[in-house]
Design a protein around this ligand. Structure first.
Ligand SMILES: *Cc1c(COP(=O)(O)O)cnc(C)c1O
Length: 406
């Protein structure tokens, strides 16, 4: 038997922080027949998703949709706005910030990597004062862009993007602000225009509840102007040709037709629930999860309550416990996938995803699997996290969408 034939009874619990479970409604939409990407029906689909995706980013400006994973949209953001040898200021919040920095190096940029030392930087959000101080030193304005991750998926820590914008403005620096919200979009509050972001990078397989395979660049007029002067070689990622074709709902090449059906359905679902309700639901599920972790007597990776992620929670293991062994036991015994620790945190923690198509009972099943798996792994627990989470969920207002239906 090959491993792909492994289908135990019941559904698999995909509780990693992306890909997140894809709702049936979206899977059905993806199964519609593939159509002519130059025909009239496709143009209507293209115009619809291009208009509605702006509501999710909260922008009036173009949003580029690529048939690529989030990594491609990272490259698109850098290659459209910079020239070889440019300095970019990046901030180390965790593994994804580190990968984006490595990409900048591969592209021939000179990234400067700011951050708090050691593990500490992986437990807190971006420190805007460090960015402001560095930009003030750069009197010649050599730094082309400031790049930060909004929801650091490797740790469960968010960052205050509006504060980063204020730091750049306070330093009077013309650098572009580029933000990765690949895992934050459509789960955590995000405002491209209001926060003064120049390029926002996102992806399909996290809060948007789609399979992997499409990703985004939301732009500002300043970013579009910068792309005209930028000399980094680029072809597939070029914004100008895509923006031109998008005016009529088309792409310069074959777009990801079936995933765009899925995107259209996902946008309908999110806009029907209401973005604010989506955010409130995630905040509530995040809080219930953190109460469970505290009741177990374990430590939450994020050390600053002001920036807890509503998307995922990083759970630190006591000294001597191998987090990967706990995850493996939970996978084999309860058919649930939890997020592996990445980079500096390898083996020291696991990540519980509570994003996308997730409700109270999905979360309770997830926390039950964690609690049973921790016990089976011999991790000493102070109390029942499941009980603490249930207490919170029963005593705190349900999601507005459910209240409206009642
Ligand atoms: C998932 C993720 C990425 C990488 O996206 P891929 O789709 O795997 O290429 C980058 N940054 C963050 C914050 C992510 O969560």
């Amino acid at each position: 038997m090959i491993s792909l034939d492994f289908h135990p009874a019941g559904r698999h619990f995909l509780q990693i922080p992306g890909p997140s479970p894809v709702p049936d409604r979206i899977l059905r939409a993806i199964s519609y027949p593939t159509i002519d990407h130059r025909g009239p029906e496709f143009g209507a689909l293209g115009r619809k998703v291009l208009a509605d995706i702006r509501k999710i980013f909260k922008t009036e400006h173009p949003v580029i949709i690529y048939p690529a994973s989030g990594t491609g949209a990272w490259e698109a953001a850098l290659s459209n706005t910079t020239s070889p040898g440019d300095t970019v200021l990046m901030y180390e919040t965790g593994h994804f910030a580190t990968l984006w920095k490595s990409m900048a190096e591969s592209l021939g940029l000179q990234p400067e990597f700011l951050g708090l030392p050691g593990i500490e930087g992986w437990r807190r959000g971006v420190q805007p004062d460090m960015i402001e101080a560095r930009l003030r030193e750069d009197s010649g304005h050599r730094i082309r862009a400031v790049c930060v991750v909004h929801n650091e998926t490797s740790t469960g820590v968010t960052s205050d993007i509006a504060a980063v914008r204020r730091a750049i403005d306070a330093a009077g620096h013309p650098a572009l602000l580029m933000v990765d919200t690949i895992s934050g979009l459509a789960s955590a509050d995000y405002r491209h225009d209001e926060w003064g972001v120049d390029v926002t990078v996102s992806g399909s397989q996290k809060g948007l509840m789609l399979p992997p395979g499409i990703s985004f660049n939301a732009l500002s007029p300043k970013a579009i102007a910068a792309s005209k002067a930028a000399r980094m070689p680029r072809s597939f990622w070029r914004w100008d040709e895509i923006i031109e074709a998008n005016k009529n709902g088309y792409w310069p090449y074959t777009p990801n037709t079936n995933l765009l059906y899925g995107l259209s359905e996902a946008l309908d679902m999110i806009l029907e629930e209401g973005l604010d309700n989506v955010f409130a639901r995630h905040q509530r599920l995040g809080e219930a999860t953190r109460r469970a972790v505290r009741a177990w007597g374990l430590e939450i990776q994020c050390a600053d309550p002001a920036v807890y992620s509503p998307v995922l929670t990083g759970v630190m293991m006591p000294e001597g416990v191998d987090a990967d062994a706990v995850r493996k036991r939970i996978y084999e015994r309860f058919n649930m996938s939890l997020g592996q620790a990445l980079g500096k945190m390898r083996g020291k923690m696991f990540r519980i995803g509570h994003l996308g198509d997730c409700n109270d009972l999905t979360l309770m099943a997830t926390l039950s699997g964690c609690e049973m798996g921790l016990k089976l792994s011999g991790v000493p627990l102070q109390g029942s996290g499941v009980a603490a989470a249930m207490e919170y969920l029963t005593s705190h207002a349900d999601t507005p969408a459910l209240k409206a239906a009642a």
